[in-house]
Design a protein around this ligand. Structure first.
Ligand SMILES: [Fe+2]
Length: 353
């Protein structure tokens, strides 16, 4: 056994109503002037959090858009600079956290996240911005949130479709950590616990949106999924989802929902030990078949066709995916990726190859 363990330098505060600890956490980091970033929908639900900051909140940016377009991130940065803020608090999911990362990368900001979806982005050094139709990504440990607050109470308004789709993104982070070429025993541990929490939590949250125990499991799985990406990186599944998002505008959770069973099937022969861990954790006969059935059980999108993708664009997507795909156990070549995309386009039960 040989590995390095370099944990994310972030603090996690987990529990019901923990969002009300925000002021305490800002002060602990030495922050004095807070800018909140969130979506317009979220703003309507967080007045109690904003008022808990008393006069420390100097700006609110509520213009978040999916995939963090460059003009949105730059508008947020301009407001942060104009108001002389020293702390950025992102309240939301991946796109909102993307704003916090864009600011932290360019300013010496204290970066706090209140995570309301199980995306895990708060713990990863990967930042991204949509420039034109290309999702440009980079890595810098500076963009890992210093403190993340996980409050399941804030997640109960996430509808079934978004709960399922964001949960599939999180499940994919854990699954890819199990077959990544740079995985280690600790990422395996986080990934197995993450899969377990997500499978049970997603079923419970979709059945009863107010079930705080189930919501907490999903958020916990999301937290672990961020640790997985941090430790083991991403492989073919996530590369493909970024291509689908950047070039074809498919929301990240939706592409994750469709692609995951097929990405697992792609690697099924090349990573047998990972597949054993997935089937043992899920209690299914095959890893790809188990995730395929689970996706149908929680009613997330089933095929690229259903997402409005054109069959004639699959060649382009395959070419872009092949360009750079690190850490994948099975070699990534155009013919195999194109075959996987055809399966995902049609949405039938995945066939391992
Ligand atoms: Fe993701």
């Amino acid at each position: 056994m040989k590995f390095e363990y370099n944990p994310a330098p972030n603090k996690a505060v987990f529990g019901e109503n923990s969002a009300l600890r925000l002021k305490e956490e800002v002060i602990a980091l030495g922050g004095m002037r807070v800018m909140i970033a969130c979506s317009k929908g979220m703003l309507a639900r967080i007045s109690h959090i904003i008022s808990s900051l008393d006069n420390m909140c100097v700006a609110i940016f509520d213009g978040v858009e999916p995939h963090c377009p460059e003009h949105v991130a730059m508008a947020a940065l301009a407001l942060y600079t104009e108001k002389k803020a020293d702390c950025i608090v992102a309240i939301g999911g991946g796109s909102t956290i993307g704003i916090g990362k864009a600011i932290t990368l360019r300013r010496d900001a204290k970066f706090i996240v209140i995570s309301t979806t199980p995306c895990g982005s708060e713990s990863t050094p990967i930042y991204g911005m949509l420039i034109g139709n290309h999702k440009k990504t980079g890595r810098d440990n500076k963009v890992i949130a210093r403190t993340t607050i996980y409050d399941p109470v804030l997640t109960t308004s996430l509808n079934a479709a978004n709960t399922g789709a964001t949960g599939m993104n999180s499940l994919a982070h854990c699954v890819e950590a199990l077959y990544s070429k740079v995985k280690n025993p600790l990422s395996d541990m986080f990934a197995v616990q993450g899969v377990k929490a997500l499978i049970s939590g997603l079923k419970g949250s979709i059945k009863n949106p107010d079930d705080l125990t189930a919501r907490a499991k999903v958020l916990y799985g999301g937290m672990l999924s961020g640790y997985c990406v941090n430790l083991a990186g991403i492989a073919i599944h996530h590369k493909l989802c970024h291509v689908l998002g950047g070039y074809h505008g498919i929301p990240h959770g939706q592409s994750n929902s469709v692609i995951l069973p097929y990405a697992i099937a792609y690697n099924e022969m090349a990573a047998p030990e990972a597949m054993k861990l997935i089937t043992a954790t899920m209690g299914t006969l095959s890893a790809s078949g188990g995730v395929y059935e689970f996706a149908r059980e929680i009613n997330v999108p089933k095929s690229l066709k259903e997402l409005g993708m054109r069959e004639e664009d699959l060649d382009t997507v395959a070419r872009e995916t092949v360009a750079t795909t690190p850490f994948n156990p099975k070699p990534v070549d155009f013919k195999s990726v194109r075959e996987m995309l055809q399966q995902a386009y049609e949405g039938n039960k995945p066939v391992a190859f």
